[in-house]
Ligand binder design. Structure first.
Ligand code: GL2
Length: 799
């Protein structure tokens, strides 16, 4: 949009006055943030309205992304960038004596997601808007987002994230578009007098779902998509008469918290309720919209609507759409089923069995009696149809209801026309191993869509210094099309470019060093290698392997004080799930090891270890630009894709990584020599599984380096881990090291050595860094979302 500095200043000052009855001199930072957000909202509202009208009129097919998580982070700068007014507003504010970043920093992160899966959903929302793809988000407006992590005495402490306490300037509450969702009670089928069986209900619990719309502003275009988040409320007619406090409390709980504790029955029940809540509300809204604005027969739904099931949490989309079509629109079963399968598509995000949802049949039956009937019928009809075609074995292994449980992945695959994995390796594993039986029955449904990242956030917003160097080297086209960075390759021998890349990186490292000084009280040398592992804490991601290597370096320095090691700062950021004991023990160990090393005068600046608390999108925006090295060291086959690996690549960090998830594609794109590969590959891992011949204890007994490092966990060398040390030690020795940490240790140390050698040659290193940036184009989520739009949803970009 077009905006002059003068106009902006007027708008801003006026808004402060109309909203808060205050002038700039007296306004506090929160008031400035609120006024600024409100002005920005007014700037995009017109575009939003016009785009909505265009969508109504053109009646083009739209896609709906159902996801129980979104992780957008802060929105102010992203909206400014996408509107094309970031510089104007920054300068306008500067004229008024206000620094944009000091205000933008105050916005709470919108963190209604746990990690990669939620962040991917937000990257997709950003990319869809930016490429003109009509994609609507659909999720839950949790009052409390992902917990805030504090580190106290080395331990993770979880604090609630009341992100809405200052209001949310971006959302629009749409009370007129609320829907009721019902739970429990009894249902039976009754002849309606025409011979048709219709469901009758008694004693149902009713909940009102109120939508809050948040616009997703496209990058320098005319598209504004919508992310709809549902809040649970008591229906108005029950408000006054209802004195049942328990009911009120339960209704509020429904959209209160992201991932409530699911270790007990009540917690799990609430989760299932949440899933049905946003699925039912979202489908009701889209069907109503279809009927009232598209005005075509409901049987044509699949020509206008595509619904994406993001992981299994929204799998109830399948029976809920069936319910609506059959019960509310009188469509015959067969026809309704064909429509449903055409409308639905599904992404699998993990092969870890604990993440593949299953619900006890009894729970589904009592909470969602009509939905349960429909699932039973889907299962029954499918079994009858397939038995003669594929035989009992395949039918049984792929049934939706088995062993008293409802299998949500099975429901998602069976009820949709497309199942995709999120990186080549992951999609192959789905076909060949994890979902092989489904693949035998429905081969045409399986496909791959390698993940991507919303590159504008991770370069133009998070790394302005690098962005400027890129502009000046290859022009600005890359800002719209990341593939344009390929032009950078032509500059790989250009000393001036390499020096400028180094200077940008150094500035970013200084910024992070300042942050670390201020928040951790640790002084780090910006000339050291900044070696970063940021992601959720999980055993399969193997933060522990990183820790063992750090301990090796530490002992090397202790043994030979004048050893030639290049100074390194190891930086961690990771939240552990509140109930994940082992992961929390690793956090404690990292913090105690950090204390030990950082305070050891023998070590000096050679080695520092920093744990940055409360890793989230905003922290990532400071940390990742400053990284020289990104650690992507999960056990091969376990990380479906990973996406931080792509952010590191874009910011010129070199990856040390296993052949896992999207690392493989990054390695192929960056080229040999520009990526430090190590460890078992997935075939070797599966070979161990087949033979059952891995023996971690032997490695501990036979490798003196490993022996000494592991002993440090139990012999008092690392202080204050008398409970955690033995737990970690035993996980590796007694419980046979589930994720082959010890098996990969030597090769990891070798790769780390190679990395250090290359870093000492600054020119060679920077060239390798440049090659990473130049070849990152494929990993833009603009590419990914176009693939979904073309091959799965069949929706068109706005021209
Ligand atoms: C994940 C995968 O673990 C991760 O590898 C992948 O990049 C993302 C997005 O596809 O999905 N699956 C999952 O359940 N979470 C992830 O981050 N939480």
């Amino acid at each position: 949009m077009k905006l002059t500095k003068k106009q902006f200043k007027q708008d801003f000052e006026k808004r402060l006055s109309t909203k808060f009855a205050i002038d700039i001199e007296k306004a506090g930072p929160q008031e400035k943030l609120a006024a600024l957000s409100s002005v920005v909202k007014a700037y995009y509202s017109k575009i939003w309205q016009e785009d909505n009208e265009y969508k109504y009129e053109s009646k083009k097919k739209q896609a709906y992304y159902f996801s129980v998580e979104f992780l957008p982070g802060k929105m102010l700068k992203s909206n400014l960038l996408n509107l094309g007014i970031l510089d104007t507003v920054r300068e306008g504010l500067a004229d008024l004596g206000i620094e944009l970043d000091s205000i933008a920093r105050l916005e709470p992160d919108m963190a209604i997601g746990n990690g990669g899966l939620g962040r991917l959903a937000s990257c997709f929302m950003d990319s869809a808007a930016s490429t003109g793809i009509p994609l609507n988000g659909n999720g839950i407006r949790y009052s409390y987002g992902l917990f805030k992590q504090k580190i106290v005495d080395g331990y993770q402490v979880e604090l609630p994230d009341a992100w809405l306490s200052n209001g949310n300037p971006w959302e629009v509450r749409r009370s007129d578009k609320a829907f009721e969702v019902t739970f429990g009670g009894e249902v039976w089928l009754e002849d309606d007098g025409t011979g048709k069986l219709r469901p009758k209900y008694r004693n149902q619990e009713r909940v009102l779902a109120v939508p809050y719309d948040t616009p997703m502003v496209g990058f320098e275009n005319t598209t504004v998509n919508n992310m709809c988040l549902w809040k649970s409320e008591v229906p108005k007619d029950l408000d006054l008469q209802f004195q049942n406090l328990d009911y009120m409390r339960q209704t509020a709980m429904l959209s209160a918290e992201l991932y409530p504790d699911n270790s007990n029955y009540d917690g799990r029940l609430l989760r299932l309720k949440q899933e049905y809540f946003f699925v039912s509300a979202g489908l009701q809204r889209l069907i109503k919209h279809y009927v009232s604005t598209i005005q075509r027969p409901i049987t044509h739904l699949a020509d206008y609507v595509s619904v994406h099931i993001n992981d299994t949490h929204p799998a109830l989309c399948v029976p809920e759409l069936m319910r609506i079509l059959i019960d509310e629109y009188d469509i015959a079963w067969e026809r309704a089923w064909n429509i449903t399968v055409k409308v639905m598509s599904y992404t699998n995000h993990t092969i870890l069995s604990e993440a593949l949802e299953k619900w006890p049949e009894e729970m589904v039956k009592s909470l969602l009696p009509r939905i349960y009937q429909i699932i039973l019928e889907i299962d029954r009809r499918r079994t009858a149809e397939l038995l003669p075609k594929v035989g009992a074995k395949l039918v049984h292994s792929t049934r939706i209801i088995k062993d008293g449980q409802v299998h949500m992945a099975n429901l998602s695959i069976i009820g949709s026309h497309s199942t995709n994995g999120v990186a080549k390796l992951h999609s192959d594993l789905l076909k060949d191993v994890e979902l092989h039986d489904f693949y035998l029955i429905y081969p045409e449904r399986f496909n791959n869509k390698t993940n991507g990242i919303a590159d504008r956030r991770w370069s133009q917003i998070a790394n302005e210094r690098l962005s400027t160097v890129l502009d000046e080297t290859v022009g600005k086209a890359w800002r719209h099309n990341l593939n344009e960075l390929k032009l950078l390759e032509a500059h790989k021998n250009d000393t001036n470019t390499l020096e400028r890349l180094q200077a940008a990186k150094f500035d970013d490292k200084l910024r992070l060093a300042d942050y670390i000084k201020e928040n951790n009280g640790i002084t780090v040398d910006p000339n050291a290698i900044f070696d970063v592992q940021v992601k959720r804490l999980h055993a399969y991601k193997r933060q522990l392997l990183n820790v063992l290597h750090i301990l090796k370096l530490y002992f090397d320095i202790k043994d030979q004080p004048d050893i030639d090691v290049y100074p390194r700062v190891f930086i961690f950021g990771a939240k552990a799930a509140p109930g994940y004991h082992y992961a929390k023990s690793i956090i404690k160990a990292i913090n105690e090891i950090a204390n030990m090393i950082n305070n050891d005068p023998d070590v000096g600046n050679k080695l520092k270890v920093v744990f940055i608390a409360n890793y989230n999108v905003s922290k990532a925006e400071i940390i990742i630009p400053a990284a020289n090295v990104g650690e992507q060291i999960s056990l091969a086959s376990k990380e479906a894709s990973g996406t931080s690996n792509m952010k590191f690549m874009l910011n010129g960090a070199l990856t040390i990584g296993t052949l896992d998830g999207a690392n493989i594609e990054i390695f192929e794109a960056a080229g040999k020599g520009n990526f430090f590969k190590f460890g078992l590959d997935k075939d070797e891992v599966y070979e161990y599984y087949r033979n059952g011949n891995y023996n971690a204890r032997d490695i501990y007994e036979q490798n003196p380096v490993v022996h000494r490092i592991l002993d440090a966990f139990v012999d008092g060398t690392i202080p204050n881990i008398s409970a955690e040390g033995p737990e970690i030690f035993e996980s590796l020795t007694t419980y046979n090291d589930e994720y082959f940490v010890l098996r990969d240790f030597n090769d990891y140390v070798r790769a780390q050595k190679d990395l250090e050698t290359l870093y000492k040659d600054r020119t060679a290193w920077t060239k390798a860094s440049l090659m990473n940036i130049a070849n990152v184009g494929k990993f833009s989520s603009d590419r990914t979302i176009k693939e979904y739009a073309d091959a799965i949803w069949h929706v068109e970009e706005k021209k």
